[in-house]
Design a protein around this ligand. Structure first.
Ligand SMILES: Nc1ncnc2c1ncn2[C@@H]1O[C@H](COP(=O)(O)OP(=O)(O)OP(=O)(O)O)[C@@H](O)[C@H]1O
Ligand SMILES: [Mg+2]
Length: 318
């Protein structure tokens, strides 16, 4: 394991046999990536891309067809290191007649928290996820966001150093999503390494230090999110009014094609060129109506993957 490398995946593959003829399907097709200590790592991809399958492989719940994966330097087939690992599954199921306090007490006992420390641990966890007032209510009365917070508390019961979350924000309203985002940031603040599966691009932009983008079982990009989002691919639509013929000709020659829309004209330019485009437009006494960012790279990879049935085209940045 390289210094500071918490997860290392090399050539990992998983085939399922399904259907009547037991046809093989490669859900994960020889992927490699690594997660570094203390980062929030986004494992991003559209539905069916292979995110949950990868997470199940990392959790040792299923065996790989090929390749290897280590967490904290241990092969994921081992068990002892798991006390350092927390896991929130995709659709956690809880006994709905138990209360928040009861279920967390149950998990604390299960994960070996000593009897005399259980009560204190449960109260700390409830407070940590903002459920101290709902601790005595049955889980069947909890909202989806509250259940997701119980799920995160459950994943933290044994104070792991690495936390794996499968779609922690999916199905939540904007307030619920913000609450989970804040929890993820607090985990990060406490120095924990967070691995998060998601397909919600705005959450990725707000939270993640680095991402791997998986499409149809293959990694399309791995690297810092900032680099990805500010790559050359990012475009913007600039709409201008009061454009003189001379200015129009100048803009069209340098940034064109310039298209007309009633009183307005529009340019589709690289985001990094916006400053120069606006300077030229204002210099020529045009009025800036709007500047709209278009097609963040994550989004364009997703869309082309869906449209082209897996070939996402010349997607990721170098
Ligand atoms: N046990 C299984 N048997 C057969 N096929 C499976 C099995 N588990 C997953 N698959 C298939 O593997 C592919 C990847 O599924 P996976 O659940 O890993 O995707 P995902 O990226 O987590 O998607 P989602 O965003 O919908 O959660 C899918 O085509 C799925 O149908
Ligand atoms: Mg999934």
């Amino acid at each position: 394991m390289n210094a500071g490398e918490i997860v290392r995946v090399e050539g990992l593959a998983k085939e399922f046999r399904s259907g009547l003829g037991l046809r093989r399907k490669r859900a994960v097709d020889g992927i490699s990536f690594s997660v570094r200590e203390g980062e929030i790592f986004g494992f991003v991809g559209p539905n069916g891309a292979g995110k949950t399958t990868t997470l199940k492989l990392l959790m040792g719940l299923i065996r790989p067809t090929a390749g290897s994966a280590t967490i904290l330097g241990h092969d994921v087939g081992e068990t002892a290191f798991r006390r350092h690992v927390g896991f929130l599954p995709e659709n956690p199921y809880f006994y709905e007649y138990l209360t928040g306090r009861e279920i967390l007490g149950f998990y604390a006992r299960l994960s070996g928290v000593p009897g005399r420390r259980i009560r204190e641990r449960v109260e700390t966890l409830l407070a940590w996820v903002g459920l101290e007032h709902a601790g005595d209510a049955r889980l069947r009365t909890y909202s989806k966001g509250m259940l997701q917070r119980v799920g995160i508390a459950q994943a933290l019961v044994h104070d792991p150093s690495v936390v794996f979350l499968d779609e922690p924000m999916s199905g939540l309203d904007p307030i619920g999503r913000k609450e989970i985002r804040d929890l993820v940031l607090r985990l990060h603040g406490e120095g924990k390494t967070v691995f998060m599966n998601t397909h919600i691009l705005s959450d990725v932009e707000m939270l993640c230090d680095r991402v791997a983008i998986i499409v149809k079982g293959a990694i399309r990009y791995e690297g810092p999110i900032a680099e990805f989002l500010h790559s050359d691919e990012r475009k913007a639509d600039v709409v201008l009014a009061r454009v003189s013929l001379e200015l129009a000709a100048g803009l069209d020659a340098r940034w064109g094609p310039l298209t007309g829309r009633g009183e307005h004209v529009e340019l589709h330019v690289d985001e990094k060129a916006i400053h120069d485009v606006l300077a030229q437009a204002l210099d020529g006494r045009a009025e800036v109506v709007s500047v709209t960012p278009r097609g963040a790279s994550l989004e364009s990879i997703f869309l082309s993957a869906v449209r082209e049935g897996g070939d996402a085209g010349p997607g990721g940045p170098p």
